[in-house]
Design a protein around this ligand. Structure first.
Ligand code: NAP
Ligand code: MG
Length: 485
């Protein structure tokens, strides 16, 4: 692919950053390949994008939801027509395989379809009141220009599931994509614009989170912030947003467990766990990163996990037989390798992987061998902190009670699974799991767009994305009392 020259999309125009500064993005499978140069935006560019969104808001909110739906359906059509091209841009920037990238685009389109339909139901309530000759009802109002700040691991799906409900509710958007995947974010905005939405309804600015992202969060014209990313950045955003009482929807990190009980279908558990741990090189916010297994079957499960993981073919994401691509960038690679070193230093047993991959096809890329640690205890750093890479840790417990205690004994509370055929244990775990999304005999990332998606504890705060809460977050309730007699 030739080097792409990305500019900001503001008020319907492509504009370089004020001062003309740019940054490069590199393909994580071949760091020598610069995939594009992008606007290194700052506060001035954020200001221009917010001004455009602010100016476009009265016109966009005045449209009926049906009219907004017609625009977004045209955007959806434009996205469907370019599905494979979007996927290859994702692979080029993020490193995931083409198959994974196509799945991401397809799931992003499904989120969008659902939220377009849901957006027709911005219903209020009408209720009987005690006061005579008085009509009382409520309506749902858009908030205004909103800021949407997204991560690199799902650079198409996350903008899709946030921007669609924001726009359907009548808000205008300033999108700030991650610096590792700016082109996918710009393309998302371009394809929304391709539906014919008026200038300023969608805007996209690239550049460093701490500069342009922070400027969006701090601006009092921005009436809500929807953010997906790390817990550390989420906390900083929450503090900043509090100054203007800006509502936030924060979708943050995870340390997602899969419990396996002795009566489980072990082969099924292995399939689901391996898929959940190594798809997109373990960089799913809902990736399984801890296996919590009862001692009776610990050896058998570990041997089966090892056999499956040794079969994962690590390649450049464009390769036909790619089972797992590189991690997303040099920083990500060194962060994951540092966790692996810490695991070894803390006395965990490295059972497979544990190194960067080198040699033909790997040199100059950010490849890490799929890794499993055994002999892990609950106090180890690798058992508590989000590694966000292809690393699975196995914790052995006595029984169900200890499994639940270990599963809940982390700061995070995003996703979690239990593998068992015992109804009592399955449903007891559904009661006690301290997470936003829990599964029985399914992998931790499994979800559909019709239901909300958000984390508990340090994995998130605010109304969840998706389902009906997506639209709820992007509206406020106005209550009207009308004395007519
Ligand atoms: P990140 O470092 O927190 O960055 C996320 C976004 O925030 C990026 O666009 C980043 O810009 C921007 N940002 C950074 N500092 C900022 C600041 N001070 N103010 C405003 N914006 C700022 O996260 P990431 O590394 O991209 O993504 C990985 C993390 O996302 C993991 O923790 C993962 O678990 C989490 N995640 C959660 C979910 C979920 O739904 N719960 C889904 C996916 C990912 P730059 O790129 O320019 O730094
Ligand atoms: Mg980061």
């Amino acid at each position: 692919m030739t080097t792409f020259q990305g500019r900001n999309y503001i008020g319907g125009q492509w504009r370089p950053a004020a001062g003309g500064r740019t940054f490069e993005q590199r393909n994580p499978a071949k760091l020598a390949d610069v995939t594009g140069t992008f606007a290194e935006s700052g506060a001035e560019d954020a200001d221009a994008a917010i001004a455009a969104a602010y100016a476009a808001f009265p016109g966009w909110r005045a449209l009926s939801p049906q009219a907004r739906k017609r625009f977004l359906e045209q955007s959806l059509g434009a996205m469907r027509a370019r599905r494979d091209e979007i996927a290859s841009i994702i692979t080029n920037e993020n490193g995931k395989s083409l198959r994974e990238a196509r799945n991401e685009v397809d799931s992003g389109l499904r989120e969008m379809e659902y939220q377009i339909a849901e957006g027709l139901r911005v219903c209020g309530q009408t209720v009987p009141v005690e006061a005579s000759g008085t009509l009382a009802y409520s309506t749902r109002e858009p908030l205004g220009p909103v800021g949407i700040v997204t991560p690199w691991n799902f650079p198409f799906n996350v903008p899709s599931r946030k921007c669609t409900p924001a726009l359907m509710a009548g808000n205008t958007v300033v999108l700030k994509p991650a610096s590792l995947t700016p082109r996918t974010g710009l393309l998302y905005a371009e394809l929304i614009a391709a539906g014919g939405v008026p200038p300023g309804v969608i805007n996209c600015v690239t550049g460093a989170g701490r500069a342009v992202g922070n400027a969006i969060v701090a601006d009092s014209r921005i009436k809500a912030i929807s953010f997906t990313g790390s817990t550390a950045v989420g906390k900083a955003i929450q503090l900043q947003a509090a100054r203007n009482l800006t509502p936030t929807q924060l979708e943050l990190g995870g340390k997602n467990p899969a419990i396996v009980l002795a009566d489980a279908d072990i082969d099924r558990a292995v399939d689901e766990i391996v898929r959940a741990a190594y798809t997109v090189a373990g960089q799913w916010c809902t990736s399984t990163s801890r296996v919590i297994v009862v001692e009776e079957i610990a050896d058998r499960l570990t041997q089966k996990l090892l056999a499956a993981v040794r079969g994962i073919v690590v390649r450049d994401g464009t390769a036909e037989d790619c089972g797992m691509g590189p991690v997303c960038g040099a920083q990500q690679q060194s962060d994951v390798l540092r966790y692996i070193d810490e695991g070894k230093a803390e006395g965990a047993r490295l059972l497979c992987g544990g190194t960067a991959l080198t040699g033909v096809g790997y040199d100059g890329g950010c490849f890490i061998a799929p890794t499993i640690f055994g002999g892990v205890t609950r106090t180890m750093k690798i058992a508590r902190e989000e590694i966000f890479g292809p690393v699975l840790v196995v914790l052995v417990v006595r029984d169900f009670e200890e499994a639940v205690a270990v599963a809940n004994d982390v700061a995070y509370g995003l996703a979690s699974s239990i593998f068992t055929n015992d109804l009592k244990h399955a449903l007891t775990y559904m009661e006690r799991a301290e997470v936003g999304i829990a599964h029985v005999n399914l992998m931790t990332p499994m979800r559909e767009p019709q239901l909300p998606f958000g984390g508990a504890k340090e994995s998130g705060v605010g109304l969840p994305e998706a389902g009906s809460t997506a639209l709820e977050f992007f509206t406020h309730h106005k209550v009207c009392y009308v004395k007519y007699r």
